[in-house]
Ligand binder design. Sequence first.
Ligand code: TEU
Length: 569
Amino acid sequence: MNETWWKSAVVYQVYPRSFADSDGDGIGDLRGIIQHLDYLQELGVDVVWLSPIYASPHDDNGYDISDYRAIDPLFGTFDDFDELLAGLHSRGIKLVMDLVVNHTSDEHPWFVESASSLDNPKRDWYWWRKPRDGRQPGEHGAEPNNWGSAFSGPAWQLDPATGEYYLHLFSRKQPDLNWENPEVREAVYDMMNWWLDRGVDGFRMDVINFISKVVELPDGEVPPGRLYGDGYPFYAQGPRLHEFLQEMHERVFAGRSGDFLTVGEMPGVTIEEAQLFTDPARAEVDMVFQFEHVDLDHGPGGKWDDRPVSVLDLKRNLAKWQEGLARTGWNSLYWNNHDQPRVVSRFGDDRPEHRAASAKALGTVLHLMRGTPYVYQGEELGMANVPFESIDDFRDIETLNHYAEAVDIQGQDAAAVMAALRRTSRDNARTPMQWSAAPAAGFTTGTPWIEANPDYVLVNAEAEIHAPDSVFAHYRRLIDVRHRSEVVADGDFTLVLADHPQLFAYVRAHNGRRLLVLANLSGEPARYDASELAGWEDAALVLGNLDDSVDRGVSGSVEPWEALVFEQA
Ligand code: TEU
């Protein structure tokens, strides 16, 4: 057993609904994934993280689970699941499941029971509270506190039968579990053990930093221009979070042998906190997903109030996390997932002349940092944001609710709201995986649940797999470099040319070997003072992303979106 095997591993996220549809119903499924296992092997990834496939009413595309021990029939059966797991394992690829235990679906039997009466034994499994200040249930302002839900509206839903409200940080169909109750925790650990006994290799833990709440659930401050109070200080990094994570580790992983991976999704987590969560001596999680770099373009009004991000801000932020987790802890490295707009459109340039180069440059700077890189399906093809035309083109609950609240309740300008959705909506990441130039991008023979990005005729796997200069080929090389290079897996990180406004450059060093990554994250040529990179004159180029990168040295200039990697023995 090698406890830090994931230092040289790359994880690939599959969002099953949008990956591949085997039966023509327009929704991706497990057999669709099975049909593309060779593709994943060709790319060279070590781990697949599978977004939820459990039974669900799909209010939030499966992040609302009604049975943790069932496969949703939309996705397939346990036979399909076992075949998928065996197919991955036989290719040397591990499977990490999504663990969504901050909340369940309101259709989960636990919640149905909990809601059934005030004295039901499971009443305390969720956060039930009486109306505020003796107000009548349902009366304006009667919610137990002023928190807003992540998907618009209040974080409380009234249950008329018992006259009490339940807490839901996400949709009203995602009631929050009460982790204060030891029975809840035992039920979760049991379920995790059940999946591990089935052969899975770990968990990505959805909003796991929200599971411990300040039990008084105090009102939050109302930020300017917002309708609701901010409960974050009271539900994130709560008083018992470390205790719960240590208990989980003890009950689920401590007694097992094998190479597992645990990654906690932690919106808003700071470096200081992340050091604690990922310190191996504390036995909590292997790594966390932090959000600072993907929140840099959020303006004062949040994600829908987006603003441009400079290369300086982006690299300084990432470098800060590199340094922060250098001695204790470990970084997860990601640009994309099913909640984020596509990186080539966000921090790159998705116009035809720059799309491939900027996708490769961004991939290069991410993959060669210290940490475990995550690739989100389609990122390896340079898939871009989607030219959504009308609100009817969207499917995501967060997007649809925001539009209704902003336009219908707050009276914001519909065209401006649409423009923000086009840049920021989670649906940018959720259109069908682009397999080929066939109708619906080769994702389905039926009608896809969400329209494919029309650029699939040019951007697709079939066109890229065998093209040596494709984004896919570049990602494959990056993954291969991580596998073969101890410097990449284990080296120190030092930012160089730190104040350069276009270049993201850093040096990795390990046991006398050094690697220089030099990337121009802009569409203009970049010049720099080569004396700042003294000692690199004769270094060998190991990777470049432009046709003519072959002969490039450390010369003082870098082409638009060019990324160069040099090695010094
Ligand atoms: O996301 C948690 C989270 O905080 C976000 O990134 C969130 O999606 C939000 O939209 C911010 O704007 C996780 C899942 O990844 C997400 O898909 C789920 O909707 C959410 O939890 C609830 O389970």
